[in-house]
Structure formats: C-alpha cells, structure tokens
Design a protein around this ligand. Structure first.
Ligand SMILES: Cc1cc2nc3c(=O)[nH]c(=O)nc-3n(C[C@H](O)[C@H](O)[C@H](O)COP(=O)(O)OP(=O)(O)OC[C@H]3O[C@@H](n4cnc5c(N)ncnc54)[C@H](O)[C@@H]3O)c2cc1C
Length: 377
C-alpha cells in the first residue's frame, strides 16, 4: 500500500529527492513538501547576489513548482512541533500533517539575539535577507553615505564584507564597512587564507576588528565586549549558526547543538521513520561543519534511503569526506581558494567557484527560474 512521505524544508539536501520524486510517486506513494516559501535560495551564491554579481533569479530554485510538476503536494507553511509518537507534524497555520516517513532539511539560523521588528539588522540566513538588505542599502545610499557593520569573522562574514564593498563599488558610492571578527578573522581556516583575506579587506578600506565580540545589538547600535558602542545604518549578523530549534522543542533526541541526532543512514535512531540532512542534523558518528558541501553530498543518500524506507529495503550509509574545498567569494571577481595545502587568491579562484555554483544551479533549476520576474519571496 502507498505511504506518505513528507519533506520538511526544501533546502540543499533535498534537491535530488525533489527533482526525482516521480520515482516515489511511481511506486504508489504520496509526497508532500512543507516550506515557508515557494523558493529556496542557494547560499553559495548569496554573497555574490548581494554585490549584484548575480540576479535573484540566478540563485534560487522554485521548489513549489519543482515538486508540484512531479505530482507532489506543496504546503507553504512551517513545522513548529513534531509529535513523533503519533507520526504527526504541527504547522504554524494550525494544520496537522501525518506521515509514514518524514525527512527534515530545515537548515539553521543565526545565533545572535536580534530585537524583534528591527529593520536595520540583517541576519545572513535565510539568504533572501541578503537580497532584501541590498534593496534597502541601494535606496538609502542614494541619500547619504552609509556605515555598514558585519558581525562575525567566519567565512560568511568575510564574504559579506567583501561583497558589500563590491556593491558600493558597483553603485559608485562611498561607505564605511567595519567587520567585527570575534577573536580572529577566519580563525578555523589556514593562516595563509586568513592573511590573504585580511590583506585584501584592508586594501579595500574595510576595517577588521579582531579580539572583540558583539555583546548586544539594537537597531542602529552594537555594544562590543570591551564596552565600545558602534553605530551603524545596517548591520549584517553572521555570528555563527545553530540548527533549527524544532527538534529540541519537540523533545526529540538531539546533539549538543540542538540538531536532530542521526546515525550513518541520516536516520533518527529512536524513530526509524525520521530522516534529515544539511545544517539541521547532528551526525552522531562525527559532528559535521555547517557547510553546504555536506548538505549537497547527502543528496543521493537521502534520495536512496527515503525510497528504501518507503519500500522496506536496506539503507545506505553516508560517508562524509574528511576535508572539503573552500572558495571564498571576496567580491568584484576576486576569490580565495583553499584545499589542503593548495591555497591561492585572485580571479581564477572566483572563476572556479562560479563554475561549480552555476553547475549546481543548472542541475536543479528545472522550472524556468531564470526567466521569472525578480520578486523577492
Ligand atoms: C552568507 C553565507 C554563505 C555561505 N556560503 C557557503 C558556500 O559557499 N559553501 C558552503 O558549502 N556553505 C556555505 N554556507 C553555509 C550554507 O549556507 C549552509 O551550510 C547550507 O545553507 C545548509 O543547507 P540546508 O539545506 O541545510 O539549510 P538551508 O539552506 O537553510 O535550507 C533550509 C530550508 O528549510 C526551510 N525551513 C526552515 N525551517 C522550517 C520549518 N520549521 N518548516 C519547514 N521548512 C523550514 C527554510 O525556509 C529553507 O528553505 C554559507 C552560509 C552563509 C550564511
């Protein structure tokens, strides 16, 4: 008898499942996707879209259309509770959805307390925020020079700073850009990458503040760990991510970061009908960095294991790679490439990243996204 597969979150780890879900339907199963937006924006090209290297239509997937075209049901909604004992999901709208098999790809959010109703603080996730922030900047910089703050000196914050500079350059406007890096810029990356990024930002006039954290932020002002206050027109919050809180809120087994605890089959050990991938999981064999690379690599495993779970077939393990290629988009066509001992900067580094990102987009932009109007939803 046909079963009901529910996909929660149409993120990077569910792309193959969504593109090939005709295979499940062909076997007599029903599929539902629940996602707060009809679109999913690809994070790898988010900073590039901020600086207008890419248009919004270049970096997003129409996930609603993707699944509907293949015979699945789309619900524009958000899961707020998982009642695992009853195999039921509670949605923000108040609806309840039953599942036989469910897979979560709900990503992560920024780990900084941001005041409600703030319209000058832009959390860098979800990625659509970068595009909405860019629109605000473009409007306001026409009236006066801007003070822009980037909070967090990890890869995302570094790319945001580089691409804010790129945006100002494209607009031929001036602005002050300050990056509050925490203890050190790119502290988890090789020293050569750090030095290259620091030198490039300095050359462009971006001020990088190391050794200080943001303790508190309000609309227009950030309080740093040494008591200094910095005012800003717009601040991009990129202070690290934590998995979506629904698993902890629902009392499911989680890792220390609150991510859904999964085994090597990307399956919750206590609930074999629950699966997950991407930033929202805690891979219990070896905690993984919250990078899209792992979410992308989990695609074929999730596709296979969801199929096999529906069909009562044996599951396939996910073997995460030890290290991964990292290429920073530093804005204005410049990049920094790092894999093992091979590290270099310049246009070639960005060119390689651009090729990889565009090929991912080509694989899953199956609904004419590039020809759509720009509307940001
Ligand atoms: C600025 C920036 C640049 C980055 N660049 C790179 C890069 O170049 N390379 C790299 O490897 N990594 C990069 N990362 C990291 C990368 O963003 C994440 O690792 C990646 O997004 C994880 O993918 P995901 O599908 O798990 O989550 P997400 O991309 O966050 O997708 C989750 C989806 O679930 C939906 N959702 C959330 N909550 C719910 C809910 N309760 N119910 C239903 N749906 C829900 C969301 O709307 C979203 O569509 C970058 C991160 C940032 C912030």
């Amino acid at each position: 008898m046909g079963k009901h597969l529910v996909l929660v979150g149409g993120g990077h780890a569910h792309m193959t499942v969504m593109a090939k879900l005709g295979d499940y339907i062909h076997k007599g199963h029903r599929v539902t996707l629940i996602n707060p937006s009809p679109y999913h924006y690809y994070s790898g090209m988010g900073p590039g879209a901020l600086s207008r290297t890419y248009r919004p239509q270049d970096i997003r997937f129409h996930v609603a259309k993707l699944v509907q075209d293949r015979g699945a049901h789309f619900m524009q909604d958000r899961v707020i509770r998982i009642h695992a004992a009853d195999c039921t999901l509670q949605l923000a709208s108040g609806d309840m959805v039953n599942y036989d098999v469910v897979s979560f790809n709900t990503g992560s959010g920024i780990s900084l307390e941001i005041p409600e109703n703030s319209d000058r603080i832009i959390p860098v996730k979800p990625i659509i925020n970068l595009l909405k922030g860019q629109k605000r900047i473009v409007q306001e910089v026409a009236r006066h020079p801007l003070k822009l703050l980037v909070l967090g000196g990890g890869p995302a914050g570094t790319e945001i700073a580089g691409n804010l500079w790129g945006l100002m350059r494209n607009l031929e406007k001036s602005g002050e850009i300050t990056l509050i890096a925490g203890s050190q810029l790119l502290k988890t990356l090789p020293s050569r990458v750090r030095e290259m990024a620091a030198a490039l930002l300095k050359k462009r006039g971006v001020e990088v503040v190391e050794g200080l954290h943001v303790d508190k932020i309000s609309d227009g002002e950030a309080l740093l760990s040494n008591g200094t206050r910095i005012d800003f027109d717009f601040a991009f919050a990129s202070t690290g991510v934590t998995p979506s809180p629904i698993f902890r809120d629902s009392g499911l087994p989680t890792g220390p970061d609150g991510g859904l605890r999964v085994n090597s089959f990307l399956q919750a050990p206590a609930y074999p009908e629950i699966f997950g991938g991407g930033d929202c999981i805690y891979f219990q064999d070896r905690p993984l960095a919250k990078v899209g690379v792992y979410a992308v690599r989990q695609n074929p495993i999730l596709y296979q294991n969801l199929f096999n779970a529906l069909e009562n077939l044996p599951l396939t393990p996910f073997h995460p790679q030890k290290d991964y290629l990292l290429i920073l988009n530093m804005g204005d066509g410049a990049g920094i490439f790092g894999r093992g001992k091979l590290i270099f900067g310049g246009r070639l580094a960005f060119w390689i990243k651009d090729r990889i990102d565009r090929s991912f987009m080509r694989e899953f932009q199956l609904c004419g996204e590039k020809n759509e109007p720009e509307n940001l939803i």
